[in-house]
Design a protein around this ligand. Structure first.
Ligand SMILES: CC(C)(COP(=O)(O)OP(=O)(O)OC[C@H]1O[C@@H](n2cnc3c(N)ncnc32)[C@H](O)[C@@H]1OP(=O)(O)O)[C@@H](O)C(=O)NCCC(=O)NCCS
Length: 160
């Protein structure tokens, strides 16, 4: 399997919207996705060219601090090392900039994602009480804030 990284564009929006709905209990709307393609940094993951996006990450950078806003691998492709591959691509992209660290929020109940980030070296910085809404909106869920210091590296993104 050869995984390819490329930037997202507006023609990916149908796929992004479908992936959001499959993978998140409270998915981003098409409008949020469209605004993020326009205003945030992003990387998309495909398996060959040309083929649809099967994973993506949105992130932003303010001076030396980056923030991971979203990272997802479509349901049929999970647990095959692609989340790790995409996360490494984001980190390598940021290491080539002035970013010194990256922060993210993750649902306390999202053990798979927490594990992915912990394996990449992220550590828990703090807890944000009631940060996330839930589908029925009656209760809210806590977020863990995780952080990773970014060390410059020459490593390039390679195939899985
Ligand atoms: C979280 C997510 C991106 C992981 O992507 P993935 O391609 O399935 O992950 P990988 O196969 O690269 O797994 C890398 C490591 O993460 C951890 N991991 C990933 N999914 C896991 C799960 N469901 N349960 C436990 N550990 C998991 C494991 O440590 C795994 O290493 P291993 O396979 O050697 O045990 C993916 O499950 C996803 O898109 N989930 C829905 C969206 C989401 O929750 N995004 C995170 C928002 S903060």
């Amino acid at each position: 399997m050869t995984a390819l990284i490329r930037p997202l564009n507006d023609t990916d929006l149908d796929h992004l919207e479908a992936i959001e709905r499959r993978c998140f209990s409270t998915p981003w709307s098409r409008n949020q996705l469209s605004e993020s393609v326009r205003h945030h940094a992003h990387l998309g993951l495909t398996l060959s060219h040309p083929s649809p996006i099967i994973g993506y990450a949105f992130f932003m950078q303010i001076l030396d601090e980056a923030h991971l806003l979203n990272l997802v691998i479509d349901l049929p492709w999970q647990r095959q090392g692609l989340g790790r591959f995409l996360l490494e691509a984001v980190l390598n992209h940021l290491r080539a900039t002035a970013a010194q660290s990256i922060l993210l929020e993750v649902r306390a109940s999202n053990l798979g994602a927490r594990q992915l980030y912990a394996h990449a070296g992220f550590t828990v910085l703090s807890l944000r009480k009631g940060y996330y809404s839930t589908p029925d909106r009656t209760i809210r869920e806590d977020a863990l804030v995780m952080r990773l210091a970014l060390c410059p590296t020459d490593s390039a993104t390679t195939a899985v």
